[in-house]
Design a protein around this ligand. Structure first.
Ligand SMILES: Nc1nc2c(ncn2[C@@H]2O[C@H](COP(=O)(O)OP(=O)(O)OP(=O)(O)O)[C@@H](O)[C@H]2O)c(=O)[nH]1
Ligand SMILES: [Mg+2]
Length: 363
């Protein structure tokens, strides 16, 4: 068994993989290591390339995930596939300085740290040529993340070494979605973690494309909420609820537009409701279930089941609100309670009927 497994999440990184393997080979000389490259299906031949290398070099392993996406889950599954006592996580795009890995490992052993983080924001570190607005966003996110974890100069870092015992201790409390796996690990430790940081200078991406987008930002906020609320509800529910709030906006906007034009309330309210459900479905498909998004013909079947579930949810909402109102609750409290129960109903039914899979609601 090697002493160190280097877990590399990779999505559309075919052009970077040969250089990465060369760089690891050089940087880790003299260490007993292996690398586990977790490739999500992108039809770009990355997995074939990794397997080809694996046939010549037993230190190289490939995990090929189909119909799945997500950096954090890729890292977790890669780490769990290893039996090594130390696990490194490093990007595939050569932005992280692999020559630091032996020092991260040494610090983990010497200081018996749970996590050794490569930091861009401590003395001696740098974001390199990263665009100014990206640095600002990263710093703002780091500041915000203090609500769930302290003691890190660079909680947004995706480059670190972790002790296997620590991972096993926190793994069941992880949010496990989105991009910010380090923040997730530290937040899940609830203060019971020894952290050491070492500085490094980040390189810029030479090949392949960035995967940053709106989903990454949405997931970041959901990660904060998940840990802030003490992991009360399944991680996915928070995104589902946020999409529901946007649905209220869509509904009111469509209602005001249609009612102004047609003057017919029932007609306007019906179309506005349909518009809100439709927009909720597509937003949930892109964000809440972005990692197992319905595509092609499955979208239409999913949409119909979503209409059906939310239609029943609307009846439940009205029935509960009406009942509570007659129990002499104030109108707003009755309305809120109805909406909350309906949101839970919608979430759990669409998790199994629309996005399928019994595990959808659990994660
Ligand atoms: N397996 C897997 N890897 C991913 C996924 N999304 C991103 N990655 C990998 O995670 C690493 C970080 O993603 P990047 O797109 O480079 O994010 P970034 O470094 O913040 O952005 P850039 O500076 O623009 O490169 C890269 O190695 C990606 O290939 C995913 O859904 N699945
Ligand atoms: Mg990158």
């Amino acid at each position: 068994m090697p002493e160190l497994s280097v877990v590399v999440p990779a999505f559309r990184e075919r052009d970077n993989i040969p250089a990465l393997l060369r760089a690891l080979d050089q940087a880790l000389e003299g260490l007993d290591w292996e690398t586990i490259i977790v490739v999500d299906d992108a039809f770009d031949g990355s997995e074939d390339l990794v397997r080809e290398r694996a046939q010549q070099d037993r230190r190289v392993r490939c995990i090929h995930r189909i119909g799945r996406r997500g950096l954090a889950s890729a890292c977790i599954e890669g780490m769990l596939a290893s039996s090594a006592p130390y696990l490194a996580v490093i990007d595939a795009d050569l932005q992280h300085d692999e020559t630091l890995v032996p020092k991260l490992l040494e610090a983990a052993k010497r200081d018996s740290a749970d996590i050794v983080v490569a930091s861009r924001y401590m003395e001696g570190g740098s974001t390199g040529a990263l665009a100014a607005e990206r640095v600002r966003a990263s710093r703002a996110a780091s500041a915000l993340s203090r609500v769930i974890c302290r003691g890190l100069t660079d909680p947004m870092s995706g480059f670190f070494v972790v002790r296997r015992g620590f991972l096993e201790r926190v793994v069941r409390r992880l949010y496990g979605r989105g991009f910010k796996i380090l923040l997730d690990l530290v937040a899940a430790a609830r203060g019971q973690v020894r952290i050491v940081e070492l500085p490094y200078r980040m390189r810029s991406r030479e090949r392949g494309e960035s995967k940053l987008g709106a989903r990454v930002i949405a997931e970041f906020f959901m990660l904060l909420l998940y840990h802030l609320t003490g992991r009360l509800l399944p991680a996915r529910f928070f995104l589902f609820a946020a999409v529901g709030v946007t649905g209220v906006g869509v509904q009111l906007a469509a209602l005001s537009l249609l009612f102004t034009v047609s003057g017919n309330f029932l007609f306007s309210q019906s179309v506005a409701t349909w518009a809100a459900m439709t927009s909720n479905f597509f937003l949930n498909n892109a964000f809440t279930y972005g990692d197992q998004r319905l595509r092609g013909a499955r979208i239409w079947r999913g949409l119909l089941s979503f209409y059906a579930a939310c239609g029943i949810g609307a009846f439940i909402n009205i029935a509960i609100a009406e009942w509570l109102f007659f129990k002499s609750l104030p109108y707003w409290a009755a309305g809120l309670a109805g909406a909350l129960v309906a949101a839970l109903w919608n979430f759990f039914t669409t998790a199994s009927f629309t996005w399928g899979g019994s595990s959808a609601a659990k994660r």
